[in-house]
Design a binder for this molecule. Structure first.
Ligand code: GDP
Ligand code: FE
Ligand code: FE
Ligand code: FE
Length: 198
């Protein structure tokens, strides 16, 4: 893994070690898989490969932060988080609130990277190329093995937007099947990227 100096003051080794120390081995391997997939998708879609690889690598940095820590950060007025986040859970928090820990611990200030991480779980109505790359790389990295993942890979590697739509449609289906609450941004994103285009 090569860290382009423009994105953090930390050395590449230190950044990798900090990410490794913040999660278990399986989650770290997932981050490596997302990084590799994000790099491939960046190349295919004419995006900065190093930047995509870094964003993919750190996207789940806060995945295993404790609930009370997330709640403390959301409630701290200095951080300006929407207090509605308290009605959700760590599935939603680790990306949106994760940006706080990524700024604090990894010295990342690039707004495109931080936005892509913020949006990586739910998607959004507006998505940049990097947002899309991290969103779908998370879903199709080589370690993923749910039924339909091969189709998701084919769709995504043939067209990035179609990959975003595929993931949103299938995530919504999965959440409804399990009678889980849909985060409004997930639904709004589906209505933009998930529906059939005429
Ligand atoms: P991961 O961090 O690599 O496991 O993947 P994600 O960050 O994409 O997703 C984390 C979890 O959030 C998954 O279990 C998703 O199904 C779940 N998730 C995504 N969108 C929503 C939503 O709108 N509502 C709820 N309740 N969960 C969601
Ligand atoms: Fe995640
Ligand atoms: Fe995802
Ligand atoms: Fe992930």
């Amino acid at each position: 893994f090569y860290l382009n100096k423009t994105f953090s003051d930390l050395s590449s080794d230190l950044l990798v070690n900090k990410v490794r120390a913040n999660m278990d081995e399986a989650r770290f391997r997932h981050c490596q898989g997302v990084s590799i997939t994000a790099r491939k998708l960046a190349k295919l879609n004419n995006y900065d490969e190093d930047k995509a690889a870094l964003a993919g690598f750190i996207h789940d940095y806060a995945k295993q932060v404790a609930n009370d820590e997330f709640i403390r950060v959301i409630k701290d007025p200095k951080n300006n988080f929407n207090q509605d986040l308290l009605n959700w859970n760590r599935a939603i928090w680790h990306g949106i609130v994760g940006t706080y820990f990524i700024k604090r611990d990894l010295s990342i200030t690039d707004s495109e990277i931080l936005t892509a991480i913020k949006r990586h779980t739910t998607g959004d109505v507006e998505m940049t190329t990097l947002d899309k790359i991290v969103f779908v790389a998370d879903y199709i990295e080589p370690g993923r093995s749910f039924s339909g993942v091969d189709e998701a890979r084919e769709v995504t590697f043939s067209n990035l937007d179609a990959g975003v739509g595929y993931e949103l449609a299938h995530t919504l289906q999965f959440l409804a099947n399990n009678r889980q609450k849909i985060y409004p941004k997930t639904l709004a994103a589906y209505n933009v990227w998930g529906i059939k285009k005429e």
